[in-house]
Design a protein around this ligand. Structure first.
Ligand code: ADP
Ligand code: MG
Length: 681
């Protein structure tokens, strides 16, 4: 057992002593000390700092200082194992309980915990759902509770985990220990959610360090068909590696990895690969044996590789929070690094496609709700009455159920739920749409990229000065974005814009466009590009603003002159360069105009469904649903069920390839499913 324990001398002194003696660090990183003091002093704390900034120490050190056991709730087994290994190496008494561990090991961990032998106990959130487990923990209360990746509790974040929802109910049982919630990503709304749902009491909030001085962000418009070529072109230069390339689909990550392998060791990473394979390629990447990781967003949580030089996105991400997390994996060592985002209008269409598929209109849910009464109706009958296609009906019903509007029994008979579903669903619907809108606005932005990000995250200690290295601040350093001289129509517009602003003061870009392009001089997009170019050269300032009307927020861009733009001489000295999108002016990089279609994960070809197998699976699913007291589709939907019956998986890899089977479902249900499939072969 470790001999390192808290001391009862001068608390200030002892925190620093512990830092040296127990953790072997020479000094605190920025903000760590203040946070440790608050936690050691039993304050509830909300800590928001970027990944890699050293948040773990902010509960580990005060945990040791306070003595007793620190309970850590952590959502990912890999993250947990990593922390546990590090703490063990330092000589601390640490255990963990998660679904990847055997019954005996977990029992021993509980035993050690109850005996007071542990300094840290790590658990995964779903443990708190196991009957009797929270009560067991409460028999010997922890002295500190840390909730890692706390943004997972909020459905307004980008990583919502239903299991985190339970924390709010279970934590009171484990109090009065102080609670520290940690995350690298939280907008003001998610922050409120964390505080409310975890029941943090007058928490001290620390929100710091979102600015990354060594990260040059570049956003470039590239048609989808040309993106993989550009990725290869740019990564040819060894100085741009190691690199992570985020692609939107599993197939694309694999195709890219193949292409890139001609240049350097590359590997794909996505949730469809089995755990051992994922662990291996991740390790190879950490050790430098793989130089480029092509990945879906499944890759990266908790990854701490200091020397990633480039992070690329081959498509527009769905939220700015996710994007920031991903680019934040570049340049942890403080050396110059680059983030490149490729996008075009096609990305917006793709997002719209998925949004429409995953978030049916409120009116469709209304239609289902209107057919519900207190009298149970079968799912099949309801579907017939509302006359919706099976996919749409399933999706809409699922949403209605999630938000309480429909009550489903485990055998999927349905009764009417609470009317309030409408408000809840509408809020979620609008939030998702707004997230995408924010991302699009960021991509189009004519403003320092880093400042825009820092502003978004509400880091109020930041000075908001231009970063000096992004595509807005330093266009000459761009690696992918090309610039060209303005054409005649664009050239003619520049003095007219200056004149209008000098005469009439600041204006919205929309208004300026309608005033100056009455006879179709430039399209709205072309006009925005000219404004962007004028802003880059220092003639204008474009400020994203929001206009409140009838309870809605309408974003717009306000255009004003800079000092240089206000005077003729100042303006004459600045050269205006337009972004070259490869559109009409130059034909470079433009392939045969292939149309983009929404990315589709390749479904395996349909096979014959054995009706007996389908029946057996249904019966098993029903029994499982009954056990958990959830409707059958919450186990998995009919489409997935039929796919299982058709493809007869007997291995994790095969089951994982089926749409609707995530990793946790494969772990949970795989053995049962294989048994049933085998008994029908
Ligand atoms: P986060 O959870 O914020 O992403 P971690 O807590 O995993 O970051 O810490 C990232 C790295 O920084 C770890 O390797 C950790 O050992 C190291 N670290 C943390 N605090 C210090 C410190 N005061 N001095 C030196 N290294 C530190
Ligand atoms: Mg962490």
């Amino acid at each position: 057992m470790s001999t390192i324990t808290g001391t009862d001398t001068d608390p200030q002194r002892s925190l620093e002593d512990l830092l040296h003696a127990a953790f072997g660090f020479p000094s605190f990183r920025p903000n760590q000390e203040a946070v440790c003091q608050a936690v050691a002093g039993a304050r509830d704390v909300l800590l928001i700092m970027p990944t890699g900034s050293g948040k773990s120490l902010c509960y580990q050190l005060p945990g040791i200082a306070r003595g007793g056991t620190t309970l850590v709730i952590s959502p990912l087994i890999a993250l947990m194992e990593d922390q546990v290994a590090k703490l063990k190496a330092l000589g601390f008494a640490v255990e963990r309980i998660h679904c990847g561990r055997g019954r005996q090991a977990s029992r021993q961990a509980c035993f050690d915990y109850l005996e007071g032998r542990l300094q840290f106990l790590y658990i995964s959130p779903e443990r708190l759902r196991v009957a009797g487990f929270p009560e067991m923990l409460a028999k010997r209360k922890p002295t500190l509770i840390a909730v890692d990746e706390a943004h997972c509790i909020s459905q307004w974040g980008h990583d919502f985990r239903p299991d985190y929802r339970m924390l709010g109910q279970r934590l009171p049982l484990l109090r009065p220990a102080p609670v520290i919630a940690l995350t690298a990503t939280a907008t003001p709304r998610v922050q409120r959610d964390i505080i409310e749902q975890l029941g943090l009491q007058h928490p001290a909030s620390f929100i710091h360090g979102f600015r990354r001085a060594n990260l040059a962000i570049e956003v470039v418009e590239v048609p989808p068909a040309e993106r993989s070529l550009l990725v290869c072109e740019l990564l040819r230069d060894a100085a741009c590696r190691p690199a992570i390339v985020y692609a939107p689909t599993r197939k694309q990550t694999e195709a890219l990895a193949v292409e890139l392998s001609a240049l350097c060791p590359s590997a794909a990473y996505h949730a469809g690969l089995d755990a051992a394979h994922r662990a291996r390629v991740q390790q190879d990447f950490l050790e430098g044996k793989v130089e480029v990781m092509t990945a879906t967003i499944a890759f990266g949580m908790g990854i701490d590789k200091p020397n990633v030089r480039t992070v690329m996105h081959t498509a527009l991400p769905g939220s700015l929070e996710g994007y920031y997390q991903e680019v934040g994996r570049a340049g942890r060592d403080g050396l110059p690094s680059r983030a490149l985002l490729m996008q075009s209008y096609a990305d917006r269409r793709t997002h719209d496609f998925f949004f429409e598929r995953d978030y049916p209109e409120v009116a469709i849910l209304d239609k289902i709700f209107e057919h519900l009464t207190a009298k149970p109706i079968s799912k099949a009958e309801l579907q017939e009455r509302v006359t919706l296609t099976a996919d749409l009906f399933d999706k809409a019903l699922e949403k209605l159920w999630t938000h309480g509007g429909a009550l489903l029994d485990y055998d999927e008979t349905i009764t009417r739920g609470d009317r309030r579903w409408r408000e809840l669903y509408t809020a979620q619907f609008e939030h998702k749409a707004a997230q995408l809108e924010t991302m699009i606005r960021f991509a189009r932005g004519a403003d320092c990229r880093m400042t825009a990000l820092v502003r978004h995250f509400g880091d109020r200690t930041d000075r908001q000065s231009p970063c000096g290295i992004c595509d807005f601040c330093e266009p000459a350093e761009c690696v992918a974005q090309k610039f060209r001289a303005p054409n005649t129509r664009e050239s003619a517009m520049i003095p007219r814009v200056l004149k209008a602003l000098r005469a009439g003061g600041p204006k919205s870009s929309g208004k300026l466009h309608s005033e100056l392009c009455r006879t179709g001089e430039l399209s709205r997009n072309e006009f925005e590009e000219v404004l962007g170019a004028m802003a880059r050269s220092g003639l204008l300032q474009l400020v994203e603003s929001v206009f409140e009307a009838e309870g809605r927020s309408i974003p717009y861009k306000s255009v004003r002159l800079t000092r240089a733009g206000s005077s003729n001489e100042g303006a004459a000295a600045l050269e205006v360069l337009i972004k070259d999108t490869g559109e009409p002016v130059s034909g470079k990089r433009r392939a045969k105009g292939k149309k983009s279609v929404p990315p589709k994960e390749q479904a395996p070809p349909p096979a014959d469904v054995d009706p007996a197998l389908e029946q057996a699976l249904r019966a098993w699913r029903l029994a499982e649903a009954k056990k958990l007291a959830v409707p059958a589709f919450a186990i998995f939907g009919d489409k997935t069920l039929r796919a299982i019956a058709a493809h007869r998986p007997v291995l994790n890899d095969e089951l994982r390839a089926i749409h609707g089977m995530g990793l946790s479902k494969v772990d949970k249900y795989g053995p049962d499913i294989y048994r049933i499939v085998r008994s029908h072969s």
